[in-house]
Design a protein around this ligand. Structure first.
Ligand SMILES: Cc1cc2nc3c(=O)[nH]c(=O)nc-3n(C[C@H](O)[C@H](O)[C@H](O)COP(=O)(O)OP(=O)(O)OC[C@H]3O[C@@H](n4cnc5c(N)ncnc54)[C@H](O)[C@@H]3O)c2cc1C
Ligand SMILES: *[C@@H]1O[C@H](CO)[C@@H](O)[C@H](O)[C@H]1NC(C)=O
Length: 533
């Protein structure tokens, strides 16, 4: 039998891991990438390229290396926990080299359209039209993986800012921002307090005359550096904590999180406090914003009511004059222009089963990979989605009926709407643990803690209390990796290594203290359960 041919659209991190997933399942991938290199968003360039996400020079990732790595290819132990964008790209290059992925990529080739073949209902095949240096080409594929990202199209709601057309200063979207040089000595207003808005405010404030950051709703601010200096995601994403959040009411979890964040900075004192609860908005991760606010370099303002030629007037009636520049850090919208009718995006909302499969196709041969805004890293999620999709393409896994998928999608959307503030920012939200566990279940690689508790208690304990790293989904089942156990048990070493640059004699490990504390809690907790239920 000839191998099934799969078109992978885009060679960012989702595309790279999708190529690898195809190879692992003995499918034949052909990846189309519109630019001349891999990396997608993480390949910094001085000028934004059309059709590709664009980042500023200083971007440091906000998900730590142990939580964002591919499940079977660790990040070198001496790399910092939060890497600069250039190191992220370097890591992606290592991955491509290790698994020999480059030879499957056709660079400078844009996918223009993906249409069903006339016999789609039986063959499930797609006609893919690509364009490379003016030349069009048509190819037929047995499956398509769409890996085009969702941070490419700037969302610039100018209609919500009356008077902006009169404004004489410069204005731009954060997508176009590269470095703070041109803002030296200026009065700069940043709209939006998401991750980009916060980063830009901090960076520009070092050389600007004054920075204002305007927010409609306020925000809860997390920091990369978590408890005891461990990366936030390492100290917060474990199975045990996940379990606790499931059995506690959401309101209790909110109270806990808000207290914790207020302990670092009282959000009211800093003018940041939102009306909504902590879990109702995608968090902003920023270690330095409080520092810039307390030193007066950044001032927090409410929503802008209107602009004049030189000033911004806010909803509370206050105004700031002599504004030189406005940066809209108002986020992104996504679209799949080449898919025509197969996947419809309405108001940044899309109907996909488990965020991957359109429910209404006769054959499940189209998958969207990486279309999620997780509280955690995207990379391992894309990878697990790819493992699932390729198994479905092969017929190893089947999808439920259309009506069941529609029901599931409606339920997921309802839950999202119930939890989050209504905003175009909150249409593809997902919790890291929920998403990974659910996908792992579909792929059949969720580790069995109960049986491990008997056969390998040390590992089981780490799976329960330690950070839920991607390698945990390579312990068993299809795609099992022999290095997984060791990778999991040495997580702490790789976290410590990059900071281990000065010899200190007594080395007590803080995570083992954290782990012990959690263990005690677990014991107490199960004792209570056993006693009362
Ligand atoms: C400033 C910033 C910081 C971020 N920080 C984090 C973080 O800390 N942690 C995290 O997990 N995520 C972060 N993200 C999210 C980021 O989107 C993901 O990390 C990741 O880059 C997604 O990879 P991707 O492959 O899905 O998409 P992309 O990296 O966007 O890659 C898509 C690729 O598809 C290509 N392409 C698009 N259309 C076509 C077409 N029609 N034909 C052919 N090729 C096409 C593009 O050229 C591009 O190479 C951040 C995003 C931004 C904007
Ligand atoms: C990290 O920052 C990017 C954008 O700057 C954002 O899209 C992503 O959601 C952030 N991650 C988390 C876990 O908040």
């Amino acid at each position: 039998m000839t191998k099934k041919r799969i078109a992978v659209i885009g060679a960012g991190v989702s595309g790279l891991s999708s190529i690898k997933c195809c190879l692992d399942e003995d499918l034949e991938p052909v990846c189309f990438e519109r630019t001349d290199d891999i990396g997608g968003l993480w390949r910094f360039q001085e000028n934004p390229e059309e059709g590709r996400a664009s980042i500023y020079k200083s971007v440091v990732i906000n998900t730590s290396k142990e939580m964002m790595c591919f499940s079977d290819f660790l990040i070198p132990d001496d790399y910092p926990n939060f890497m600069h964008n250039s190191q992220i790209l370097e890591y992606f290059r290592m991955y491509a080299k290790e698994f020999d992925l480059l030879k499957y990529i056709r660079f400078k080739t844009t996918v223009c359209s993906v249409k069903k073949q006339p016999d789609f209902s039986t063959s499930g095949q797609w006609e893919v039209v690509t364009e490379s240096e003016g030349e069009k080409e048509v190819n037929v594929f047995d499956g398509v993986m769409v890996c085009t990202g969702h941070h490419t199209n700037a969302h610039l709601p100018l209609e919500s800012f009356p008077g902006i057309e009169k404004f004489k200063g410069q204005y731009l979207h954060s997508r176009e921002y590269k470095n703070p040089e041109s803002f030296t000595g200026k009065r700069v207003l940043i709209i939006g307090i998401g991750n980009s808005g916060g980063d830009l405010a901090v960076e520009i404030s070092h050389t600007a005359k004054q920075v204002f950051i305007s927010t409609r709703r306020g925000a809860w601010i997390l920091s990369r550096v978590g408890d005891y200096g461990y990366p936030l995601d390492v100290s917060s994403l474990s199975r045990f904590q996940h379990f606790l959040t499931k059995i506690c009411s959401q309101s209790l979890v909110n109270t806990y999180l808000e207290n914790k964040m207020n302990q670092r900075i009282d959000h009211e004192l800093y003018g940041l406090k939102p009306k909504h609860r902590a879990l109702s908005q995608h968090p902003t991760i920023n270690d330095n914003l409080p520092n810039r606010i307390i030193s007066g370099m950044v001032k927090v303002k409410g929503n802008v009511k209107e602009f004049t030629e030189t000033a911004a007037i806010f909803e509370d009636g206050s105004r700031e004059d002599d504004i030189d520049a406005v940066i809209f850090a108002t986020g992104y919208s996504f679209a799949f222009p080449f898919l025509e009718d197969s996947v419809k995006v309405v108001k940044n909302k899309v109907s996909l089963y488990k965020k991957v499969f359109p429910p209404d196709l006769e054959k499940p041969t189209l998958a969207i990979i990486g279309l999620i805004q997780p509280l955690g890293a995207i990379m391992p999620i894309s990878e697990l989605q790819g493992r699932w999709a390729t198994q479905v393409f092969k017929g190893l896994k089947t999808l439920p009926s259309q009506s069941e998928m529609m029901k599931d999608i409606a339920k997921a959307q309802e839950e999202m709407a119930k939890r989050y503030v209504e905003s175009q920012r909150h249409t593809i939200q997902g919790d890291y643990m929920d998403t990974m566990e659910e996908l792992a279940d579909l792929v059949g690689v969720k580790p069995n803690l109960l049986s491990l508790a008997f056969t390998d208690p040390k590992l089981a304990l780490q799976l329960l209390l330690g950070p839920c790293t991607p390698a945990q989904y390579r312990l068993q089942g299809r795609g099992k990796w022999n290095g997984a156990r060791k990778a999991i048990l040495t997580t702490e070493d790789r976290i410590r290594k990059p900071m281990n640059t000065r010899v200190i004699e007594s080395k007590s490990s803080m995570t083992s203290t954290i782990t012990m504390a959690r263990l005690m809690l677990a014991v107490v907790f199960f004792a209570i359960i056993i006693t009362y239920f």
